[in-house]
Ligand binder design. Structure first.
Ligand code: XMP
Length: 321
């Protein structure tokens, strides 16, 4: 079924919210639903729409897949508790790392994350809860990139011919399917979410696994997690759509304290974009780049090389995997 886009500049956010709340309530009926909150603007908006529509009939879960940023699970749960929404944090770290073990191919990594999320983790959660619906924040750009074969976005199912009811045992409701990121931000603001959420930088569903070239091991994730924290701190005041750190697989000969060190390389990316369909690199001041290099090589053991991406999307994509 073709999805008709609702562009942000023509979107009446309040009307959209009214329509979606009604639609969610109707679809779920007297059943119950679960929402997978990651803390990003899409899943946060869906969580609030769901709560408006379903109240206590909605369970909000944060799946800790071990691939999230520093302190993210606790911070997201705390933010939503403040909004009066209880978040159940589910520790699924081992399950995800086991599923990713030995996989190097980008699309296979994405597939492993999708299967683990929908089949294993959510499948059992839905069974335990007796819920029949999963509410999720898929947006139009996710669908387009997946269908075009650019990247299999973790949350696209129906448009790839996957019937979630048949494959996983529950139905999926996607209230944001006609919007792009700028439209979702408008809706999130109208829902009363704080600026830190509606302006929040996007973060991909496969999380830090989308930023590790080669094997996704707990060690590689920890390394890219540290690099991500540094990038986000140092580029905080730079105007951007998204910034990230990518861990390369190759080893590089470095020199530390007069001795050869065969170490790792971090690539920094910082993007200007409106809707993620195309993007251009931001050109940070040399002093900012210098500080990034200093902190990465001094604070992250084993890192001897730091590069900055200067290619636009296309032909690059924003994430590395
Ligand atoms: P790419 O790398 O495709 O990223 O240029 C475009 C935007 O989408 C985000 N992204 C994802 N978001 N699931 C998501 O929810 C995914 O699988 C996924 N892959 C990429 C990326 O962070 C960027 O904002």
């Amino acid at each position: 079924m073709e999805i008709i886009e609702r562009p942000a500049n023509k979107l009446n956010a309040r009307k959209f919210i009214r329509e979606q709340v009604k639609a969610i309530a109707k679809a779920v009926g007297d059943g119950s639903a679960i929402t997978a909150l990651s803390g990003g603007v899409d899943s946060s908006a869906v969580t609030l729409l769901g709560h408006k529509a379903l109240g206590k009939k909605l369970t909000t879960c944060f799946i800790d897949n071990g691939l999230m940023r520093q302190d993210e699970p606790a911070a997201v749960a705390k933010r939503f508790e403040k909004l009066g929404i209880h978040v159940q944090v589910l520790d699924a770290r081992d399950t995800f790392f086991k599923a990713l073990k030995g996989i190097r191919d980008p699309e296979k990594k994405r597939e492993a994350i999708t299967q683990t999320f929908y089949k294993k983790v959510f499948g059992s959660l839905v069974k335990e809860n007796g819920a029949r619906f999963l509410l999720q924040g898929t947006i139009l750009t996710d669908v387009e990139e997946t269908v075009a074969g650019v990247k299999r976005q973790h949350n696209v199912l129906q448009q790839l011919g996957i019937d979630p009811q048949e494959a996983f045992g529950y139905a999926v409701i996607e209230p944001l399917l006609e919007l792009r990121k700028d439209g979702v931000r408008k809706v999130a603001k109208a829902l009363g979410l704080p600026k830190s959420v509606y302006q929040r930088m996007p973060f991909p569903g496969p999380a830090l696994a989308a930023r590790v070239v080669g094997a996704v091991t707990p060690e590689n994730i920890e390394l890219v997690r540290k690099a991500t924290a540094i990038v986000e701190q140092e580029l905080e005041s730079v105007k951007k759509f998204q910034c990230m750190a990518i861990l390369h697989e190759d080893q590089f000969t470095g020199l530390r304290e007069g001795k050869r060190e065969f170490g790792r390389q971090i690539e920094v990316r910082c993007w200007k974009s409106v809707d993620a369909r195309t993007a251009k690199p931001v050109w940070p001041a040399p002093g900012v780049l210098k500080k990034l290099a200093k902190r990465m090589t001094e604070e992250i053991p084993g890192v001897v090389s730091v590069t900055y991406n200067i290619a636009p999307k296309p032909p690059s994509t924003m994430e590395a995997v």
